[in-house]
Design a protein around this ligand. Structure first.
Ligand code: URA
Length: 206
């Protein structure tokens, strides 16, 4: 994946929106893998193309497939609540995407081939949005960007540098948090809240 740093004056919000709309048209026509044959809607993005934070999830689920919007199902609602709890505004503070644009049947993990088919689209979204921070939400997103075989529990909460320019942080996926109810100090939910607070403290200073 290549990253190109643009002059911020040049890449203003109108230019970003135009570029993303053009890219969306290409994605809607995509037949690179078979996921497009079974999905109802391609799920391009949600949120603010001018946000400092891009959040990358795994893949659309049933509700995302039905609506065309990422993270609107049970896990998405939980993630949105976590964002709100730490003082973020989901619509304003995030640009949200997934490693693949189409729902894998039965919510299975997308294959390496399926992810590779979507890679240029994801790369283009990063190049257009130019986020300051990327949140890698769950193991699938982490594996798309970090070659070493880290477990999410080992690496979450740490700053990683991507493309020598962008700070990235892996966090637990909200579906995992929904299965782990504890709020105790050091529990996955507690750690994720603290990770989001670290991200917020960082972007608030930019
Ligand atoms: N899980 C994801 O990783 N992405 C979504 O959009 C919804 C659920």
């Amino acid at each position: 994946m290549k990253y190109l740093k643009w002059n911020e004056e040049f890449l203003n919000i109108e230019v970003k929106e135009k570029a993303l709309n053009e890219l969306k048209k290409v994605v809607y026509q995509c037949k690179a893998c078979d996921l497009g044959l079974t999905c109802t809607n391609k799920v391009f993005s949600d949120g603010n193309p001018n946000a400092k934070i891009m959040l990358i999830g795994e893949a659309p689920g049933a509700e995302e497939d039905a609506s065309g919007v990422p993270f609107v199902g049970r896990a998405g609602k939980f993630l949105t609540q976590l964002m709100t709890d730490v003082g973020f505004d989901r619509k304003k503070d995030f640009y949200i995407v997934n490693t693949v644009k189409c729902r894998p049947p039965n919510n299975r993990v997308p294959s390496d081939f399926e992810k590779s088919c979507c890679n240029d689209y994801l790369s283009a979204q990063i190049n257009i949005v130019q986020p300051k921070v990327i949140i890698l939400c769950g193991a699938t997103a982490l594996k798309s960007f970090v070659q070493q075989d880290y477990k999410i529990s080992q690496i979450r909460g740490q700053w990683i540098e991507l493309f020598g320019e962008i700070k990235a942080m892996a966090i637990f996926h909200p579906s995992y948090l929904l299965r782990n109810h504890s709020l105790e100090e050091g529990s996955p939910r507690d750690l994720t809240k603290k990770d989001l607070i670290r991200v917020k403290n960082f972007v608030d200073k930019l």
